[in-house]
Design a protein around this ligand. Structure first.
Ligand code: NAD
Length: 284
């Protein structure tokens, strides 16, 4: 089976990037979000990012127009996902929301449709158990910003079949990405290693070890990281970081994953990072 038609559920930070990359690589995409404003904003973001690619001569004007022509939008799963080969879910990192979406997807998609989740930390095995096709459920963890980052962490749930994994690897390569296979443990590899570092940087800020700028400079210049951990947290979204740390803390039962109280405070204040204009740094 070749994967030609894709539905992306959630048109936020990740969803619009996934839709962009899939359409750019010849897939027909339906981007689904409950909010019309989000869908309009997502199309605008995709347009801007494509224009930037044209300016940088990564693609030409024809490819830009064709990419946009391959993307349609919908407000509900019944309309947008009924007739696709694969769905990538990218709604907020809340288990109950994802479970409910996979139950619906299982009902409204064809029996062979692969159901992938872009979750950063929720168990693929548990998501799959909400469907009658756990062998067709898999994690496809894209990195932010999707059009730029090469990695897709491909997460096998307990019941994910070899064939589903093979198809997902092939699709990832067709999208110009490098897939890496990992098993289903909380946070997988990426966030299991990244989030404790982000959390520790927030503790260092809270305890007055150094200012935000200084913490990030130490990690950039001293450890050769392209971005400091606090700027990276702002890019990911502080609410997303907090959700992931809560999953790690709960599922692994170890206090070393305890979210920093300052991170909680920022999220409570609505300081979510770039998407709200303010996090550890401020944005225009
Ligand atoms: P986001 O908040 O930017 O976007 C989520 C979108 O889902 C919103 O537009 C919202 O309107 C929509 N949505 C909510 N309920 C819906 C429903 N029932 N049906 C359709 N759409 C619905 O979130 P995000 O940062 O794009 O994260 C999405 C997923 O990707 C999360 O699981 C997150 O953990 C994961 N992820 C995020 C990053 C990152 O850097 N932000 C990186 C990798 C993975």
């Amino acid at each position: 089976m070749s994967i030609d038609r894709i539905a992306v559920v959630g048109g936020g930070t990740m969803g619009n990037g996934i839709a962009h990359v899939a359409a750019q690589h010849g897939k027909r995409v339906c981007l689904i979000d409950v909010s019309d404003d989000v869908l309009a904003g997502a199309l605008e973001t995709i347009r801007k990012n494509l224009d930037r690619q044209v300016k940088k001569e990564i693609i030409d004007q024809g490819a830009r127009d064709e990419t946009l022509g391959r993307i349609e939008t919908a407000n509900d799963l019944e309309t947008g996902a009924a007739d696709v080969d694969l769905v990538v879910e990218a709604v907020p990192e809340r288990p109950e929301l994802k479970y409910q979406i996979f139950e619906t997807l299982d009902r409204v998609t064809g029996p062979d449709t692969i159901l992938a989740s872009n979750t950063s930390s929720i168990s693929i095995t548990e998501i799959a158990a909400r469907t009658k096709r756990p062998e067709l459920v898999i994690g496809m963890h894209f990195m932010n910003p999707v059009p730029v980052m090469k990695l897709i962490e491909v997460i096998r749930g307990l019941a994910t079949s070899d064939e589903t994994t093979r198809q997902t690897f092939r699709l990832s390569e067709e999208l110009g990405k490098t897939p890496v296979e990992v098993n289903d443990f909380p946070g997988f590899v990426s966030n299991r290693v990244l989030m404790p570092m982000v959390n520790e940087a927030v503790f260092a800020l809270m305890e007055g070890v150094a200012e935000a700028e200084a913490i990030d400079t130490v990690m950039k210049l001293g450890m050769n990281h392209p971005m400091g951990p606090l700027a990276l947290a702002d890019l990911i979204g502080l609410d997303t970081c907090l959700n992931i740390l809560e999953v790690l803390h709960r599922e692994l039962g170890d206090d070393r994953y305890r979210p920093c109280p300052l991170l909680r405070k920022y999220v409570a204040a609505g300081w979510l990072g770039r998407k709200s204009g303010r996090g550890f740094f401020t944005y225009e």
